[in-house]
Design a protein around this ligand. Structure first.
Ligand SMILES: Nc1ncnc2c1ncn2[C@@H]1O[C@H](COP(=O)(O)OP(=O)(O)O)[C@@H](O)[C@H]1O
Ligand SMILES: [Mg+2]
Length: 341
């Protein structure tokens, strides 16, 4: 349990400072001069705590989704985020592209992380991606993901990363809720006409079955250490290049899931031939010798659908016709041929 008295917020600078001193991150006489939201988050409370000597990120979980407090979420999810940092910290090729974990306080459900600076996350890519060197960013992120997946075959013990309760919640939001008869959100307020334009496809029984089959794979045990939420909201475009944050959805699962989520978001960004772009970078990698690219494409399709039709919306600028076209092609992808395993 996390007592409410220990909830860190913008209104509790004394608590934050005290905690940082107890962890010897701040020195005894050091003063907290500024406490701000670290950036746009969804699930947790993430703060930037600054003294005149340093700046750190303090991240605390809650027994609900911080942005939508009516949605319960497992408080313990942050334990898995901490475990991910611990499992990867000695692997420079992975940890070098992430913030360092400075402290983990299980009693307070708090992580203290290196501050990568006030760079925005990469969700700006949905609106104006030509402003960055997208091929370089993609290459760097794909190589990071491949290196992460390779760790599972080396010394890293992924068996402890069940993350079951958070996976159950995510399963509902990816594989079920977007396909309810009555949408869980007002789709027309996202984009006028979206509800009617997608009604038939959304509620197609064979589509629902295909999604549930994929959902079973998402919930099953797998061999690979996955980031679990590999999309622009988990990437920071910083002075040090493309960095990866927020591995709270990590679990030991199928590599196709991480690659599929990546592929979906490259489609939503509007990249040309995104599957080919990923394959050019990693198709020959031994770690992916057994990989099913069909399964990658199917996970991508369901991720596209849930982002267009589900609760976790993105700052997309595309019009109704473009959205309807993406829904149609994701639907067709999910129903083409036999189930991918
Ligand atoms: N180590 C960090 N350095 C700089 N900014 C960060 C760091 N960690 C998080 N942020 C900022 O805080 C935001 C929310 O953090 P995130 O870990 O994604 O929280 P949530 O789990 O709530 O999504 C990020 O989008 C980013 O802007
Ligand atoms: Mg996040």
């Amino acid at each position: 349990m996390l007592k409410k008295a220990n909830w860190l917020t913008l209104e509790t600078p004394e608590l934050v400072a005290d905690l940082l001193k107890r962890q010897a991150i701040f020195e005894p006489q050091e003063t907290l001069v500024r406490l701000q939201p670290a950036g746009e988050g969804n699930m947790n409370v993430t703060l930037r705590a600054e003294s005149d000597r340093r700046s750190v990120i303090v991240k605390q979980s809650r027994p609900f989704v911080a942005k939508y407090d009516s949605i319960p979420a497992p408080l313990e999810r942050i334990e898995f985020e901490a475990a991910f940092y611990r499992l990867t910290e000695s692997h420079q090729q992975v940890s070098g592209q992430m913030p360092r974990l400075l402290a983990w306080l299980p009693t307070h459900y708090v992580l203290v992380l290196e501050d990568l600076g006030p760079a925005a996350d990469a969700t700006c890519l949905y609106a104006d991606y030509p402003q960055v060197q997208l091929p370089d960013v993609i290459a760097s992120l794909v190589m990071w993901l491949k290196t992460l997946h390779e760790l599972s075959k080396k010394s890293v013990d992924v068996a402890s990363l069940d993350n079951r309760a958070l996976r159950q919640l995510n399963h509902a939001h990816i594989f079920q809720i977007p396909f309810l008869d009555a949408p869980a959100i007002d789709l027309d307020s996202v984009c006028p006409g979206l509800s009617a334009a997608t009604q038939t496809l959304r509620t197609d029984d064979s589509l629902r079955r295909a999604c549930l089959e994929l959902g079973e794979l998402y919930l099953s045990e797998g061999d690979f250490l996955l980031h679990g939420d590999f999309y622009p909201g988990s990437w920071l475009l910083s002075d040090r290049g493309a960095m990866v944050i927020d591995p709270e959805f990590c679990f030991a699962g199928p590599a196709e899931f991480d690659l599929g989520v990546l592929l979906a978001h490259l489609q939503l960004i509007g990249c040309q031939s995104p599957l080919g772009a990923i394959q050019d970078l990693v198709a020959d990698a031994p770690v992916y010798a057994q990989l099913s690219w069909t399964l990658v494409s199917r996970f991508a399709a369901v991720e596209v659908l849930r982002r267009l039709l589900g609760v976790a919306q993105l700052p997309l600028t595309m019009n109704l016709a473009a959205r309807a076209e993406l829904v149609q092609s994701a639907h067709d992808e999910l129903l083409a041929g036999p189930p991918a395993t």
